[in-house]
Design a protein around this ligand. Sequence first.
Ligand code: URA
Length: 220
Amino acid sequence: MSSLTELYEKIAKCEACRLCKQRKRAVPGEGREDAEIMFIGEAPGWHEDQQGRPFVGPAGQFLDELLQSISLKRSEVYIANVVKCRPPGNRDPLPDEIGACRNWLDRQIELIKPKMIVTLGRYSMARFFPGGVISKVHGTARKSEGVTYFAMYHPAAALHQGSLRKVIMEDMLKIPSFLTQAEAASEEPSPQKAKKAEKVEKVEKVEKVEQAEPKQLSMF
Ligand code: URA
């Protein structure tokens, strides 16, 4: 069993906050275990609670469309939420509920090691863009310890406020170039590795020259 599957089993039994009492199913997250990009939403809604899967309701349909717009499939990415159980009546998650779930998300990130994390909505943004305001931060990226963080409005925002649909679609189109940059940066060798490679290259060059011009053996 993979470490991620083991984690899902623990999340399914979690009773760290009041949300466990009314859930039908916990919604740990799903997707590629080695995904380069991870999308993090807020909390499961009714549909997600029924199925135990993230973003399978109307907001999820829009997320699927957004992924398609940049030629990505759900199976190629990882999708999770800040909070793993549905808050009753789809209310906003409370600070202690977010706190109780924090370690689960941390562990998921540790296991998946994404190069890019896309935050969907205010609660996810608050975690990775501390002090940020969604109306200013959306569509922008920051980099920290080798991971690129990119903030977006929550897909459900477009369902409540039609004018945000275009903004969300435009922000999504910025992802491929940030992802390419993040991938390229992770392939750059560290300064120590670069030095080591330089030394090996020098030794190889000397050996090649010596092979090409064998030393004349003295007859005397
Ligand atoms: N909204 C979220 O933030 N997450 C889901 O999984 C579904 C709707």
